[in-house]
Design a protein around this ligand. Structure first.
Ligand SMILES: Nc1ncnc2c1ncn2[C@@H]1O[C@H](COP(=O)(O)OP(=O)(O)OP(=O)(O)O)[C@@H](O)[C@H]1O
Ligand SMILES: [Mg+2]
Length: 258
């Protein structure tokens, strides 16, 4: 089932063409990886999907309906959730509070409404366990969790609040090997729960561990678009490393031996 489809989507910032001719589909139960070097247009692409930016060319279809998002709230209401690299968490607040941040359960009406704290603690704890995420104490400040654990909490949160599309912007970029593995595991768990996942990364190895489809962007254009069975990890790595450019660089860096 196709959740999001882009047809020849482009974006210009004044005279700068950051993105052009992007066609892709996000399907339920699949991980679509978007790879590319710095400035390739990855963030611009996902900002269009998540409602932070309006595209200036082409069509964006959500559930078969063409639309232009004018705010992140609008995208969220269509079930499109984005986990940014610099997570919008409040480090000193407890894990459960961050889990419910901006969507707190309340009893009674607005001015005098009380927070349903016990219930929120219980749900956050349950939801994290469900995904196999173990935090020592749901009441500990989220700032005491590792970067990987925080990413996992954000993924569990998106799943709990009914996301159908989960966009992850370089979730493993700042993480070591072990923590990256944990984040990749929850990415796969979200996929298995039937979400359409968009996974942004520089790292072809991480992409290949979870990806069903690979899109490599270069200077705002699609350089490569392959299904998993059409490309090997080696080819993907070569594509990302810019094989030819590396050869040229190696030549340039060679010692001049006498
Ligand atoms: N607000 C803006 N105004 C003008 N140009 C912009 C703006 N945002 C991005 N760009 C340009 O658009 C291009 C794509 O940028 P984008 O941030 O999407 O790249 P990226 O692939 O996410 O890079 P990175 O890996 O560094 O995050 C770049 O050339 C960038 O300079
Ligand atoms: Mg970026």
């Amino acid at each position: 089932m196709t959740l999001i489809e882009m047809r020849e989507v482009g974006k210009t910032y004044g005279p700068i063409r950051a993105l052009g001719g992007i066609s892709l589909s996000v399907r339920a139960g699949e991980v679509t990886c978007v790879l590319g070097d710095n400035g390739a247009g990855k963030s611009t692409l996902i900002k269009i999907m998540s409602g932070l930016l309006e595209h200036t060319e082409g069509q964006l279809m959500v559930d078969g309906e063409e639309l232009v998002f004018s705010s992140p709230r609008q995208a969220l209401s269509r079930g499109i959730a984005t986990v940014y690299q610099d997570l919008a968490v409040v480090p000193l607040m407890e894990v459960w509070r961050n889990f419910f941040l901006g969507a707190e359960l309340r009893s009674g009406r607005f001015p005098l409404a009380g927070l349903r704290i016990r219930e929120m603690r219980r749900i956050a704890d349950e939801e994290l366990r469900k995904m196999g995420i173990t935090v020592k104490d749901i009441n500990q400040p989220i700032g005491t969790l590792s970067g990987g654990q925080r990413q996992c909490v954000a993924i569990a949160r998106a799943v709990y609040f009914g996301a159908r599309v989960l966009i992850l912007d370089e979730p493993t970029a700042a993480l070591g090997v072990k923590q990256s593995g944990v984040v990749l595991k929850y990415t796969a768990a979200a996929r298995d729960a039937g979400l359409g996942v968009v996974f942004i990364t520089h790292n072809p190895h991480h992409a290949y561990l979870v990806g069903d489809r690979f899109l490599v962007l270069k200077r705002g254009r699609v350089e490569l678009d392959s299904r998993r069975d059409e490309i090997s990890l080696n080819d993907l790595t070569q594509e990302m490393a810019g094989g030819d450019e590396l050869d040229a660089l190696a030549h340039e860096l060679r010692r001049t031996t006498k």
